[in-house]
Design a protein around this ligand. Structure first.
Ligand SMILES: Nc1ncnc2c1ncn2[C@@H]1O[C@H](COP(=O)(O)OP(=O)(O)OP(=O)(O)O)[C@@H](O)[C@H]1O
Length: 249
């Protein structure tokens, strides 16, 4: 295998425990370059924990996460991984402007003094334009709607120009129009060569948006093309859905 064949994200035997709770139990996962992957699973199946482990925000009990064929913390420090947390997990009373949040996406490139260069400012302006938030750049983040907040984080990830993007429920609480805007941006990013992993509860949209689905339940139950992973049997067993096929089974 040549270096070019290495997956962008490679997770081996990853386990994370919070006290008594085993949140991840021996997760193996590869994502190759230019993949738009969906991370699926019921509430509490470990999706956010997996992102936090890639970002070095929780310490694994065992296992390894490699990004771009190196330790994930090296890639993270170099700004090669962008993380969009769940909007509900953020303190929105923090007094900061939309533009400042998006500028944080450039910190990995700015050096110690964090002085924005012309290229940094241009990347921030372009990201704000792409998510249609240029008009709100100087507004406090606390004074935004839910869909606008999602787009602020997406703009921060865009400004970062990262190789790997981890997005935790980017469609939660957004209207149909924002959902369409976000979906087309994710596809554009894939076309531009980024690798994306999107935690989502929108099972119906996965087939249209993603080329790979990863089903998580503390460990990876299945991974592959969405139509192969999201079978009626899986929908029924894991998510409790009743479909025509499962009803007649
Ligand atoms: N900080 C924490 N301390 C203790 N337990 C935690 C902590 N964070 C998560 N857990 C537990 O770890 C398990 C996995 O949680 P996680 O948030 O990763 O799931 P999730 O798939 O992202 O869920 P959701 O779809 O609800 O966002 C759950 O049982 C949860 O209660």
């Amino acid at each position: 295998m040549t270096a070019g064949d290495q997956p962008v994200l490679r997770i081996r035997d990853l386990s994370v425990r919070y006290g008594e709770v085993l949140a991840l139990d021996g997760v193996d996962l590869d994502l190759s370059a230019g993949t738009l992957g969906a991370l699926l699973g019921v509430n509490g199946s470990g999706k956010s924990t997996l992102f936090n482990a890639v970002m070095g925000l929780v310490r694994p009990q065992q296992g390894e996460v490699r990004v771009l064929d190196g330790p994930s913390d090296r890639a993270r420090r170099a700004g090669r991984i962008a993380y969009m947390p769940q909007v509900s997990a953020v303190d929105w009373t923090f007094p900061v402007l939309v533009r400042d949040v998006v500028t944080m996406g450039r910190y990995g490139r700015m050096g110690f003094r964090r002085r924005a260069s012309r290229a940094d400012r241009a990347a921030v302006d372009e990201a704000l334009e792409r998510v249609d938030l240029a008009d709100l750049a100087d507004r406090q983040i606390g004074a935004l709607s839910g869909g606008q907040r999602q787009r602020v984080f997406l703009a921060r990830a865009l400004a970062q120009q990262a190789s790997l993007l981890l997005l935790d429920e980017p469609f939660a609480g957004v209207d149909a129009r924002s959902q369409a805007t976000i979906s087309s941006l994710l596809r554009e990013l894939r076309t531009e060569g980024a690798t994306l992993l999107v935690a989502t509860h929108d099972l119906a949209g996965v087939g249209r948006l993603c080329d790979r689905a990863v089903l998580l339940q503390q460990r990876v139950l299945a991974a592959g093309p969405p139509e192969e992973v999201l079978t009626p049997e899986v929908l029924s067993r894991v998510f409790g859905f009743v479909t025509d096929e499962t009803r007649s089974a």
